[in-house]
Design a protein around this ligand. Structure first.
Ligand code: PEP
Ligand code: MN
Length: 333
């Protein structure tokens, strides 16, 4: 539920309202806005006697938020959330490209890729150190060594980094060594993990589960905001459908729909969304067209030698060409 305040509401009016809501056993949050200030009510809002609140001084109207997700909704906050990662902005009118290898494999591999993606214009370097793999026999990532290499690349090329956190046990380690924490598709509904990253202020990129509906995706983000972290970036990375010609189906419908329903930034990952490198550029352009706030792109100097996701990785030249194309589109932002 949202209480929209009168333009002339005083600080005293707000305090009285907050106390009243608290006495009803509910949690209140003041939401400042450029056009209006509102007070959001959280908790079990099954039945709230709204009439008792409408009549308090300073109240303009009481709106019932009908969606199960609240904090992530535009009803709650209409202005786009813009997240600042070391000066790189994500959300609003910005288009931000995160690029790098699926997995950090070696110092040479990471540095070569980092240098090339930076030169081509990527603003954030990606690279997995802890990898969620479908089979236990595949490369599982370099772990701590991978995190150290990412830190080295960050300093050398002045690029903020994003890497995946797989387990709550590694929370402090990963948080201390990355600028954005990635929660992967397989962990989208790992509620303990969501609440744990919600206790931090560090930006979190939440990937959509491969069989998650949009509502479940937004409710997963709600867990993080509800725990106290407003810095969430959503990532559409493709879902399972009846189609097997591509690894997944990049659901661009949801990118456009999430922009209508949520103030959070949403980026697209056409690498996992298609599983084929030849489709990454066309789907990146499509993602831009439907309003994605950015892209997550897997890049490898020699995709044929990649230890994970080589089939969907762009080589350095193809990535530079993609960035060139995107540059021509920036005027449409
Ligand atoms: C990845 O980004 O390399 C990854 C494992 O992604 P997802 O969780 O979307 O499969
Ligand atoms: Mn990958």
């Amino acid at each position: 539920m949202l209480i929209v305040l009168d333009r002339h509401a005083t600080e005293d009016n707000i305090q009285i309202l907050l106390q009243r809501i608290k006495s009803m056993g509910l949690r209140a949050e003041v939401i400042p806005g450029s056009m209006r200030t509102a007070i959001g009510i959280l908790g079990n809002t099954g039945y709230v006697d709204a009439d008792s609140l409408t009549q308090l001084p300073g109240v303009k109207e009481v709106i019932h938020v009908t969606k199960p997700y609240k904090l992530v909704s535009r009803e709650w906050k209409n202005e786009d959330t813009v997240i600042d990662v070391d000066g790189v902005k994500i959300g609003g009118k910005n288009f931000t490209v995160m690029a790098g290898p699926c997995s950090v494999e070696s110092e040479e591999q990471l540095m070569e890729t980092a240098e090339a993606v930076k030169k081509a214009g990527a603003q954030i370097l990606r690279g997995g150190a802890f990898k969620p793999r479908t089979t236990p026999y595949s490369f599982q990532g370099l772990g701590l060594e991978g995190l150290k290499l990412l830190q080295k690349a960050k300093k050398k090329f002045d690029l903020p980094i994003i890497t995946e956190l797989l387990h709550v046990q590694n929370l402090d380690l990963v948080a201390a060594n990355t600028d954005i924490i990635q929660i992967g598709a397989r962990n989208m509904q790992n509620f303990e993990l969501l609440m744990a990253v919600g206790k931090l202020k560090k930006p979190v990129m939440l990937k959509r589960g491969m069989s998650a509906r949009m509502e479940e995706f937004l409710l997963a983000a709600e867990y993080i905001l509800n725990a106290g972290n407003p810095n969430v970036i959503l990532c559409e990375r493709g879902i399972r459908t009846f189609e097997t010609a591509t690894r997944n189906t990049l659901d661009l419908n949801i990118v456009a729909l999430v922009r209508e329903l949520s103030h959070l930034p949403i980026i697209a990952d056409p690498s996992h969304g298609t599983g084929r490198y030849s489709l990454v550029t066309p789907l990146s352009l499509a993602a831009f067209a439907v309003g994605a706030h950015g892209l997550l792109i897997e890049v490898h100097a020699d995709p044929s030698k990649a230890l994970s996701d080589g089939d969907q990785s762009l080589n350095l030249e193809n990535f530079a060409n993609l960035m060139n194309k995107l540059n021509h589109l920036k005027k449409f932002l």
